[in-house]
Design a protein around this ligand. Structure first.
Ligand SMILES: [Zn+2]
Length: 233
């Protein structure tokens, strides 16, 4: 299965074939896919699968072992090896791409350990180990918005995974497991601001994120603070 979203997160539709059908779960697997499978704090993509006769909603996409499954509204009329058009709900996916990229900037702006995170349509969040309550909402918002306005390019580099043995600090844990190809991990590089292994979908430049707003900062236990982020549009 070619995971097209890893190389080109902007691909909105493809023609491909059905490789597997799981009747019980109303799920299918495609030969090639543009749908991101829910994992590591990034939701699964939604969209549509269509043939000349049918249009079927993709209600969710999940990452299973070695594959990506699309959960459909119905599997009636679908067959293995059938050619289909797969189309993303682009509005939702693009929002996730902008949110995800914004979380990288937040991660870079706060030099503390990340303990969790979740991307959402309305808001997203990262949890930080912040026992001394160093995170300041107004300062953080300003800092990220300044970075955002500059056109920092977001690119990928494949690097030997051994780099993590000597530089384990590179894992800031956005917790989206990075793809590994021939022992090489995919790293996401945002200008000279952020560099970490990540498998999610991102925009091409920080300018596409637009302005952000820092929402509530919640205390979650003695050490953890949850920082919510919203997009201003
Ligand atoms: Zn990422």
């Amino acid at each position: 299965m070619a995971k097209i979203f890893e190389e080109d997160a902007y691909k909105k539709e493809i023609i491909t074939t059905i490789k597997k059908i799981d009747k019980e779960n109303k799920a299918i697997e495609l030969e090639d896919t543009i749908f991101y499978g829910k994992s590591g704090g990034q939701p699964g993509d939604i969209g549509e699968i269509s043939t000349t006769e049918l249009q079927i909603k993709v209600e969710n996409t999940i990452k299973a072992e070695g594959s990506i499954k699309n959960i459909l509204e119905s599997i009636d009329g679908l067959e293995i090896n059938q050619e289909v058009k797969a189309k993303l709900n682009w509005e939702t996916r693009y929002k996730y791409m902008r949110m995800h990229s914004a979380l990288h900037l937040m991660c870079a702006a706060i030099p503390l350990g990340v303990t969790g995170g979740q991307i959402g349509y309305e808001k997203s969040r990262l949890d930080f180990n912040d026992p001394d309550k160093k995170i300041n909402k107004e300062e953080l918002e300003e800092k990220i918005n300044i970075i955002m306005k500059n056109d920092h390019k977001i690119i990928y580099e494949y690097i030997d995974s051994k780099i993590l043995d000597s530089q384990p600090e590179l894992v800031r844990t956005m917790s989206v497991k990075p793809p590994k190809i021939d022992g090489k991990l995919r790293f996401v590089k945002i200008g000279d601001i952020d560099f970490q292994p990540c498998g999610g979908t991102h925009v091409k430049s920080t300018i596409e994120i637009g302005e952000i707003k820092i929402g509530k900062i919640e205390n979650k236990g003695k050490m953890n603070r949850r920082v919510n982020i919203l997009l201003n549009d």
